[in-house]
Design a protein around this ligand. Structure first.
Ligand code: ADP
Ligand code: MG
Length: 767
């Protein structure tokens, strides 16, 4: 009989060979009890198989959280409707409606100590109240109030005089709350809240009557037009007191401990109704432990889903390519330039992936013009050297054709066969091309989505490259994968995505960044112009064309008003052609044109048969016409900054200095101008993307919803980047150690993960 020992912490060590006979596995928890006859009975405890009581308790808690808001005391039909319009239907929704700021109502402040900018509580007696008319004829209602320390003026600019006079009678005492402002020497409070004191009542007694509104840091909720903060606050207090305890953390106890998190219930309580000694600034900036907990929790489940998705791919067997330089070395010799440091680094990352015996799943991100195509070609050649085929997918025919021309040019000299496969390829030519692909005679296939159509069969697909990723869904990536046996996948995007966002949107891909442009580029000079300077702008276009260059004029197309916008664009083109540049050659490009028509226009622009191309935004990302040196963007304020950056990338591709002119309305708001100024001040795509993200929020930034990423309830990816990294590390580590989430203490994770991701985890699966 093997001997059992005690470990240092006092627990019993059961020898491994006894585990089987006892029906146990490593990590199991057991309870030992004596039965009626004094025999020891060994039972596996709840950690592995949650007991009926535990699951029942969880189910009840979950059910409670689904309680509709209209069942809460103080929520009438009207309030329920307003809340529902903001997406707050259940008490759980309400628990995650976080205050966006707090008012410090912990103490009553003497009037002479009220500081401008602060929102305070003070108490006193009304001295006078009446309408005041200024010298300029403006009217407002003014109340003077005083306490033992001094006086304060209250003002209202919209008021009902009779009603105000009745409420604010001299001698009446109240508790006031409001933000103090200062005009010159005068401090005043505009439209303060008031709680009147009853005859003879003390301030302390009155405050005790409303423990939600006084004597604490009081939450102020966002998104509550039509709702009264005071009433909402009372409702929220009820919700938090009754239902926050139902929220249970699904995070493993170890993670909560090691990351110094709070239990979720406690964190929710603290965020809505902070403790008396909490730091209001830390709360407002989301730096306190309660926010940290909520944000971590939210990020953790996002990252856990992504980690499991990625694991699903990386564990599969894949092709282990070897790097034998048959084609890559000769190509590097042919090039008239050396690779940039960043290109070299990213290429090394790609090669390491390709050599590993698992499928590569990598995103290469790099600003327009950084040389992604070349990196992709080098990766393609590695696959070709190993006897595999490569598919390169571009989102449009024009782009596919451009890639074909670029790549074919080099491959011809290397003796590598390249074919272009687009939907305009018809009949015999198409059948022939498909045939050659299927027989493996074509080594690199370049095309649009036509590449992944059913009819296309590869002989031996080893690498799929997807250009300009965000136009493709995850689905297409999956289809491409199915064209071979676990081929490597390389995704390229020209949209500089801030790192934190990339981690969420493309979290299942490894990330490489080409953060350097080839030398010798002159940055595009960017200027904001208003309509009043339109003639000068036309002068610039004329000068550039006279110098042998070409120009773009870009019009926004906003979907809902597409028709009228389109009219504006075509009218503008006519006006430019007839009245402004009758002597120059103009072309028009817009989304309503047939693909062949668009192709034809693009081709003549590339072939310098057109001087000025008037286009809607269909002008393609990635289009390369180095001779175009000026771009005028009309209604620039209607574009996202990242989109402007993409558009601007169409110029500045040659050696000549290029210009981008952002036409903005004369009536553009200060904020609007400030936003556009970002474009003047930098050409760094990452900085622009960050500014854009800050302004527009992640939902709009890339259409993250389409990417299958759950919305954030509390997290803010700009503010909470650090927590995201921590949560990601923890989630990836956990997915590594327990990919099926079956270890003791991990059961709640599975359920919670399924709940948060809904059906999306599978749907967004990479294949
Ligand atoms: P993008 O990343 O926008 O796809 P491209 O691959 O189209 O950029 O490259 C833009 C231009 O820069 C091309 O004409 C390409 O030949 C050139 N290029 C690429 N790499 C280098 C380099 N290391 N040095 C100089 N020019 C380069
Ligand atoms: Mg490109």
């Amino acid at each position: 009989m093997p001997v059992m020992k005690r470990s240092e912490d006092g627990s019993l060590l059961i020898p491994a060979d006894l585990l089987g006979p006892l029906g146990l596995a490593p990590g199991d928890r057991v309870a030992v009890e004596a039965d009626a006859e004094g025999r020891l009975v060994l039972t596996r405890s709840a950690a592995r198989e949650p007991s009926v009581e535990v699951s029942l308790r969880q189910a009840i808690a979950r059910k409670n959280l689904e309680t509709p808001m209209q069942f809460i005391k103080g929520v009438g039909p009207k309030m329920a409707e307003i809340l529902a319009r903001k997406g707050i239907v259940t008490v759980e929704d309400a628990l995650y409606l976080l205050p966006n700021r707090y008012e410090d109502r912990r103490q009553v402040v003497p009037m002479n100590r009220l500081r401008p900018g602060e929102t305070c509580v003070f108490a006193g007696e009304v001295v006078s109240a009446d309408v005041v008319t200024t010298k300029g004829g403006r009217r407002f209602f003014e109340v003077m109030a005083r306490d033992a320390s001094g006086v304060m003026s209250f003002k209202w600019f919209n008021y009902h005089a009779a009603f105000m006079r009745k409420a604010w009678q001299p001698g009446r005492r109240g508790i006031f709350t409001g933000q103090v402002t200062q005009y010159g020497l005068q401090r005043e409070v505009h439209h303060p809240d008031v709680d009147w004191l009853a005859e003879g009542e003390t301030v302390e007694a009155a405050m005790a009557r409303d423990p939600v509104g006084f004597g604490r840091l009081v939450p102020v909720y966002p998104l509550t037009e039509g709702l009264n903060q005071k009433a909402l606050r009372k409702v929220m207090k009820e919700v938090v007191d009754r239902f926050a305890p139902c929220v249970e953390s699904a995070l493993p106890a170890r993670v909560i401990r090691e990351r110094a998190l709070l239990p979720l219930a406690e964190a929710l309580g603290a965020v809505h109704f902070p403790a008396a000694d909490a730091d209001p600034r830390a709360l407002e900036e989301g730096r306190d432990p309660a926010h940290r907990t909520l944000v971590f929790d939210e990020f953790f489940f996002l990252e856990l889903g992504l980690a499991l998705k990625r694991r699903g791919v990386t564990l599969e067997p894949g092709i282990a390519f070897s790097v034998n330089h048959t084609y890559t070395k000769p190509l590097l010799k042919l090039l008239p330039f050396a690779l940039t440091e960043a290109q070299r680094r990213v290429l090394a990352e790609i090669k390491a992936d390709m050599m590993a015996p698992h499928p590569m799943h990598r995103l290469v991100q790099g600003d327009v013009g950084c040389g992604k195509t070349l990196v992709a070609l080098l990766a393609a050649l590695v696959a070709v050297e190993n006897g595999y085929q490569v598919a390169i997918m571009a989102p449009t025919e024009i782009l596919a054709e451009q890639h074909y021309l670029n790549i074919h040019r080099w491959c011809e000299q290397l003796g590598v066969t390249v074919a272009l496969l687009t939907s305009s390829l018809k009949g015999k030519a198409k059948a022939g091309a498909l045939e050659r692909v299927a027989r493996g005679e074509v080594q690199i296939v370049i095309g649009t989505h036509a590449v992944i159509q059913d009819k296309v069969e590869f002989h031996r697909l080893g690498l799929g490259i997807v250009d300009e990723q965000h136009r493709f869904g995850v689905l297409q990536r999956g289809l491409l994968r199915k064209k071979g046996e676990n081929p490597d996948i390389l995704v390229m995007t020209a949209t500089p995505i801030p790192r934190t966002l990339a981690m969420t949107v493309f979290g299942d891909l490894s990330l490489s960044v080409i953060d350097e442009l080839p030398p010798g580029r002159t940055p595009v000079e960017t200027k904001i112009c208003t309509d009043s300077r339109r003639r000068q702008v036309y002068g610039i276009i004329r000068d550039e064309v006279a110098a042998g260059h070409q120009a773009y004029v870009i019009y926004p197309l906003v979907e809902e008003s597409e028709k009228s916008e389109l009219k504006a664009a075509t009218q503008m083109a006519e006006h430019l052609a007839n009245d402004v540049f009758p002597d120059l050659r103009l072309g028009v490009l817009h989304g309503r044109m047939k693909p062949e028509e668009k192709e034809a226009v693009m081709r003549s622009f590339k072939g310098r048969e057109i001087d000025i191309l008037v286009s809607t935004t269909v002008i393609e990302v990635g289009i390369d016409v180095p001779n175009a040196t000026v771009m005028v963007i009309e209604h620039a304020e209607r574009f996202g900054l990242s989109q402007l950056h993409q558009l601007r990338g169409r110029v500045g591709r040659g050696s000549a200095t290029s210009r981008c002119i952002l036409m903005a309305s004369d009536r553009l708001s200060d904020d609007g101008v400030k936003r556009l100024r970002v474009m003047e001040s930098t050409t760094d795509g990452f900085r622009i993307a960050e500014a854009d993200l800050e302004i527009r929020g992640p939902g709009d930034f890339l259409g993250t919803r389409q990417a299958g990423i759950p919305d954030f309830r509390v997290a803010n990816i700009l503010r909470d980047g650090r927590i995201l990294e921590e949560a990601r590390a923890e989630a990836f580590d956990l997915a590594e150690r327990d990919p099926e989430l079956r270890a003791p203490g991990h059961e709640p994770l599975r359920e919670e993960l399924a709940r948060r991701w809904g059906g999306r985890l599978e749907l967004a699966g990479v294949a």
